[in-house]
Ligand binder design. Structure first.
Ligand code: ASC
Length: 149
């Protein structure tokens, strides 16, 4: 019983401090971290793109690592568009904050397609190529509406 109480207390404190750490993060740090996440995604997604578009040899193990890396960080940027992060070194358009439901829907769509990309990377190159296209469309939809050139 005592152990359960400590476990619960620990879980509660972790949540509390976890939440406040992200709430109190300096806006410039949030911007820096979300760009880092997008860059990790861009690097790895680009590597898959190079393979499925015959710019470099298809290597299944590498494609799986790339897809897993995208999958591991795809949720991150959207935790980092909080208040005050609309100003500074960012190309994010004001619509990110003025139409949060639509922005969230676009982010959710991307993340759902990335989950399928992770699965597709375990299959053959044709399936990976098809799902690469779907993820690319989700990336582009968001860039078109929510990113300045
Ligand atoms: C990429 C990459 C993106 C997307 C996007 C798709 O490889 O870095 O941001 O694809 O260009 O339209």
């Amino acid at each position: 019983m005592k152990r359960t109480a400590y476990t619960l207390l620990f879980a509660f404190l972790s949540l509390l401090f976890g939440a406040s750490a992200s709430a109190q993060m300096k806006p410039e740090d949030a911007i820096k971290f979300r760009k880092a996440a997008f860059n990790v995604m861009g690097y790895n997604f680009g590597s898959i793109g190079a393979m499925v578009n015959a710019k470099k040899p298809y290597n299944k193990a590498e494609a799986e690592r790339n897809a897993n890396a995208v999958g591991a960080v795809a949720h991150m940027p959207y935790e980092l568009f909080g208040p005050g992060t609309d100003k500074g070194e960012t190309r994010a358009k004001p619509e990110v904050w003025s139409e949060p439901d639509k922005f969230k829907a676009a982010a959710d769509k991307m993340q759902a397609e990335v989950v399928k990309l992770v699965a597709a990377a375990r299959g053959d190159e044709a399936g990976l190529k098809a799902q690469f296209g779907e993820v690319g469309k989700a990336c582009k939809a968001c860039h078109d509406n929510y990113r300045k050139e």
